[in-house]
Design a protein around this ligand. Structure first.
Ligand code: GLP
Length: 259
């Protein structure tokens, strides 16, 4: 795992967008997308690179991590709508190549199995973008999620529902259930890139990167992955014990070595 500490959130966002651009240049054609405010800076910079620098997503297949169950299909809060509004409407990704777990499917459990199967056939994901919840969740894999989990229904924790209340005008509107890729599903991507910014993420980042590998911190699965990059700003890095070493690695990165 490589931990990259950037001075601020904008810089962290640009760093992750740069990793995406490099991966596409290297021939990656399958991209895993996630929602959450931490990724907004990444998506804004990708849209800018598309508009002004010719970055193209035309051959890319994209897969979303999760979506709420039970919202009306065109509700602006579905994560399908969020990812369109925040990224895919602003780049040249073919809308037919954006693949989503459908939270409005009549049988959500069957839909979760369909999506898992589809990922198995169309994958693996070359580069998976990730945020992290303040409780260490990945996607909607809340603490306690099996490290071997696959795409399935999950019940959101009250912590997460409180955090998402800002998008629903209060906690009462936040759905209780989601379809989410599982931790083992996420772990099948070739490269995991997690971004976390702000002081409220410092504890979760330290637990994920330097704590034990445990279902109590789902993001700790990054430790098990052969190619994981964690990009944080100074504030989110604040509780990392090995900061000096991570900075030393950055200063002495072998010439030509990629993230
Ligand atoms: C949601 C998403 C996660 C994301 C998390 C962090 O729960 N399902 O994929 O990592 O939010 O969001 P934020 O970056 O807004 O703190």
């Amino acid at each position: 795992m490589e931990v990259v500490i950037r001075p601020d959130a904008d810089d962290a966002g640009r760093t992750v967008a740069g990793i995406v651009e490099q991966s596409l240049a290297d021939g990656v054609t399958t991209l895993g997308l996630a929602t959450g405010s931490s990724l907004l800076r990444v998506y804004r910079d990708l849209a800018r690179r598309h508009r002004h620098e010719g970055l193209s997503f035309s051959g890319v297949e994209a897969f979303l991590l999760d979506d709420y169950i039970g919202l009306p299909a065109l509700s602006p809060q579905t994560l399908a709508q969020v990812i369109r509004r925040e990224l895919t409407d602003h780049i040249d990704l073919d809308p037919a190549r954006l693949h989503l777990p459908c939270g409005t499917a009549p049988d959500p459990a069957a839909e979760a199995r369909r999506f898992e199967q589809y990922l198995a056939e169309a994958g693996p994901v070359g580069l998976q973008l990730l945020g992290i919840g303040v409780n260490g969740h990945l996607g909607a894999n809340e603490p306690g999620s099996s490290l071997g989990s696959r795409t399935r229904l999950k019940t959101l924790s009250e912590d997460t529902r409180r955090d998402h209340a800002r998008f629903f005008g209060g906690i009462d509107g936040v759905p209780r259930h989601v379809i989410t890729q599982g931790l083992a599903t996420i772990g099948e991507a070739d490269h995991l890139v997690l971004i976390a910014t702000g002081p409220h993420k410092a504890r979760a980042v330290a637990a994920a990167v330097e704590g034990p590998l445990t279902a109590a911190c789902p993001a700790s699965i990054l430790q098990l992955h052969p190619h994981a990059t964690v990009v944080v700003d100074e504030l989110a890095a604040a509780q990392l014990q090995q900061q000096a070493y991570y900075r030393c690695i950055a200063r002495h990165k072998p010439v030509g070595q990629r993230y």
